[in-house]
Design a protein around this ligand. Structure first.
Ligand code: MN
Length: 300
């Protein structure tokens, strides 16, 4: 059975892949999936209903799993508690969850950024709660020449403290996954995709400071780049059906969750693929203002 790859019409990214069973993937089918992943940067696999173990096994085709919680290769992104009730909006973990509603790349605030993200749907709310993906290859291509020249040699610090502070959520240093205590990773704004060689905008909510630029100017530039790039036809909106599996290339695709009625449950199974250190490892700057980050400097 050869997979059928149908590009999503009218968009610069995304394809729907059918005629494939991800739990029983032979080598030719895997090669077709990998090629489609590199070409379309995001793939939708409807009706897979993978077990957690099968999702992890499929993820391992792409690379090593990034362990988000000790001893677990996959985690649930969920507002549902073990007793079946949903979190209240003022609960600590719920605030962390709502951070996912800002456009971002996964793990760019860690020294080693992620290669890819996988999500599958276990429980979906009746309305809303979509996952959106934005193509930063096409985002870069859409820039005018003046902007391309302006950002060519710039880099930005990425920090989960900074991004959470932007939404009024402050966490103590080193208290949870991703909250660095050794200074923030510094990444070029224009990244070269390690496989396709395409230029990609490396931006999103975790960026907050550009060396050599005043903070106000840097935040305005980062906001403008994001605002301009994450627009049609570069955005795919995935409306979840239970059993879907979605994968995106985190080296060139931003993602975000859309809001929903928070009294409804939404449970997604997440697997993150670690980046190749040859291309996804960033130097960690001694940016002292990043640890002990002052939220007021970005709360605008
Ligand atoms: Mn994410």
């Amino acid at each position: 059975m050869a997979p059928t790859v149908t590009p999503i019409e009218g968009l610069t990214l995304g394809a729907v892949v059918t005629d494939v069973d991800l739990a029983n993937l032979d080598e030719p089918a895997w090669r077709a999936v990998e090629e489609a992943f590199l070409t379309h940067a995001a793939l939708v696999f409807p009706g897979q209903h993978l077990s957690d173990a099968d999702q992890v096994a499929f993820g391992k085709r792409f690379g090593e799993i990034e362990v988000l919680r000790e001893g677990q290769e996959g985690v649930q992104i969920s507002n549902q508690k073990p007793d079946g009730s949903v979190m209240k909006p003022d609960e600590f973990r719920f605030k962390a969850l709502r951070g996912n509603e800002g456009w971002h790349l996964d793990s760019t605030y860690m020294p080693l950024a992620a290669k890819a993200g996988l999500l599958s749907a276990l429980v979906v709310p009746p309305e809303g709660g979509e996952t959106e993906l934005a193509d930063m290859r096409a985002g870069y291509d859409s820039l005018d020449e003046v902007t391309k020249a302006r950002i060519e040699d710039l880099s930005a610090y990425h920090s989960l403290y900074a991004s959470q502070a932007k939404i009024g959520y402050t966490v103590e240093t080193g208290t949870a996954y991703g909250y660095h205590d050794k200074g923030a990773p510094l990444r070029p704004l224009v990244k070269i995709h390690p496989v396709t060689g395409r230029k990609v905008l490396c931006i999103g909510r975790h960026t907050y400071r550009i060396p050599g630029m005043e903070d106000d100017e840097a935040l305005a530039l980062l906001d403008d780049l994001l605002e301009g790039a994450a627009q049609p036809p570069r955005v795919y909106t995935h409306e979840w059906t239970v059993g879907d599996l979605l994968i995106w290339d985190n080296r060139c695709v931003l993602h975000r969750a859309r809001p929903y009625d928070f009294s409804e449950a939404r449970v997604l199974q997440a697997t993150r693929i670690a980046g190749d250190p040859a291309s996804e490892l960033a130097p960690t700057g001694r940016d002292d203002r990043a640890s002990g980050f002052n939220p007021s400097s970005v709360n605008r």
